[in-house]
Design a protein around this ligand. Structure first.
Ligand code: NAD
Length: 482
């Protein structure tokens, strides 16, 4: 199936307003069929430096544009993305595998950041503070930080880019995007739509590469880059953060998670099951805020498992382009092997298989949605992010134990709680060591809220007015002799 928009499948990189080819190319494949969708340029260090130079050259004019003009261009980009929603969604399903309905949802969600920051561009206010002497005044200016490098993962090929680029552009910063090697096509399509509406050359650049380390080295060490915004795994994030140290770059890190989903005895079980399905099986479990551990209290343990299993059986595995499919393939063979390893480890240590547990009859990287009960803290899945369609259930008996289990991880991205007693909810919410807590809700991402983690889940926030601040510096001006 080909996307509707004739120009949306682009197989060249985008640097300084030019579509760049290269002799070395790499394949982008459809994880549902294994077919090659396109071959894109396999760029290296010199291209990365070109992209930084283009962004650096575009910076003075872009930052000096009236905020209202930047806002207008962002708004036009938003309108164009929404107009091309169907074509973008199809492209994303083709290269990433998620069901088309989810891909459409991601276009809407991703576009919402462009819309929001088009509005926020006009509200990037500084402040005046009381002076420290009768003849002095304190002025605090908020200024764009400079060239931004955005390195993004494959699980949300569109939204992870707009979440970074929209606030950067709104603040007055140009960006160099390094999309994941599995999903560069959505990134290139986004750049094309930005070009269509007149974003100036060099303000957005997209560089593609099969092996990211060489480009990553340039983006994190070149002194012209003043901010690195990364979303991806914790090990890569740590490495990039270390590389940023020499030039003391500001960095945002949206890294891995190990989200607990706590179901108390007084929870509305039907609502909890719906939340569990959304938070676990969306994007085939390949979401950083996906539940990794279900912690269920004694009194509702068996009932929750029975209801959850019944809903899991309703999930339909298949090619994301097919009507009715709710669970697509995993991104690659490595992802499939990790899910299998977690299941085998847990079963070998006494976990009980309730449903699923195997590769799907469709073959390839399709896996059955899986439910394991009686999972314990000595199992691999208790500590590592599975990033696949495996729901492990742990048992707890009281609030203190639930909090201790929920916090027993070096990660701190998202946590979910289902309960009715408001005192319990308040107490648990305060005790959870997480950047985001969802109460009686399975989905929490929105452009209106600050998304991000604590501990080894990351640094910085994306979304809301806090997301804009990440791309700015404060300048204190002391006005004396008044
Ligand atoms: P990854 O870390 O392997 O790759 C992420 C990006 O970094 C890709 O573009 C990749 O090409 C690039 N990269 C890898 N090594 C690099 C290097 N040495 N230099 C420069 N760039 C390099 O992660 P992934 O497998 O694509 O994504 C899955 C991970 O992302 C999961 O751990 C997930 O939890 C996390 N994630 C986090 C968030 C969040 O907001 N916290 C959102 C989505 C995904």
């Amino acid at each position: 199936m080909s996307p509707q928009h004739p120009d949306i499948l682009i197989d060249r990189a985008y640097i300084g307003g030019q579509w760049r080819d290269s002799e070395r190319r790499f394949k982008v494949t459809d994880p549902a069929t294994g077919e090659t969708l396109a071959e894109v340029p396999d760029l290296g260090a010199a291209d990365a430096r070109d992209a930084i130079a283009a962004a650096d050259a575009a910076w003075p004019a872009w930052r000096k544009r009236a905020a209202k003009e930047r806002a207008g261009l962002l708004r036009a980009w938003f309108d164009r993305v929404i107009e091309q929603r169907e074509a973008l969604a199809q492209l994303m399903t083709l290269e990433q595998g998620k069901p088309l309905a989810e891909a459409r949802g991601e276009v809407t969600y991703g576009a919402s950041f462009i819309e929001y920051y088009a509005e926020q561009a006009k509200r990037m206010a500084g402040e005046t503070l009381p002076g420290h002497g009768a003849d002095k005044r304190i002025l605090v200016m908020r200024e764009p930080i400079g060239v931004v490098a955005a390195i993004t993962p494959w699980n949300f090929p569109l939204a992870m880019i707009t979440r970074k680029c929209a606030p950067a552009l709104a603040a007055g910063c140009p960006v160099v995007i390094k999309p994941a090697e599995a999903t560069p096509l959505t990134a290139l399509a986004l750049a094309k739509l930005a070009e269509d509406v007149g974003l100036p050359p060099g303000v957005i650049n997209v560089i593609t590469a099969e092996k990211p380390a060489e480009i990553g080295e340039v983006l994190t060490t070149d002194p012209r880059v003043r901010k690195v915004s990364f979303t991806g795994s914790t090990p890569v994030g740590k490495r990039l953060l270390a590389q940023c140290a020499d030039t003391v770059k500001k960095a945002s890190m949206e890294l891995g998670g190990n989200a607990p989903f706590v179901v108390f005895d007084d929870a509305d079980l039907d609502a909890a099951v719906e939340g569990a399905i959304a938070s676990k099986f969306r994007n085939a479990g390949q979401t950083c805020v996906c539940t990794n551990r279900f912690l269920v209290q004694d009194g509702v343990y068996d009932a929750f498992i029975a209801k959850f299993a019944a809903r899991i059986e309703e999930l339909q595995v298949g090619n994301g382009l097919e009507e009715g499919v709710t669970l697509g393939p995993l991104i690659n063979a490595g992802a499939l092997e990790k899910v299998e390893a977690h299941i085998h480890d847990a079963q070998s240590k006494g976990a009980r298989l309730i449903c699923g547990g195997n590769r799907h009859a469709l073959g390839g990287t399709f896996f059955q949605p899986t439910l394991l009960a009686d999972v314990t803290e000595d199992m691999q899945v208790a500590r590592e992010e599975t990033f696949g369609p495996l729901a492990p259930i742990f048992r707890f008996s009281d609030e203190a134990q639930a909090i201790e289990m929920a916090n027993a991880t070096e990660f701190g991205l998202a946590a979910y709680v289902y309960a009715r007693d408001y005192r319990r909810i308040w107490h648990v919410m305060e005790e959870l060591e997480y950047g985001m807590v969802a109460i009686n809700e399975g989905l929490l991402s929105t452009e209106l809220a600050p998304f991000g983690g604590i501990k080894e889940s990351g640094l910085g926030r994306e979304g809301s007015h806090h997301g804009l601040e990440e791309y700015t510096e404060l300048k204190y001006v002391c006005l004396g002799g008044l």
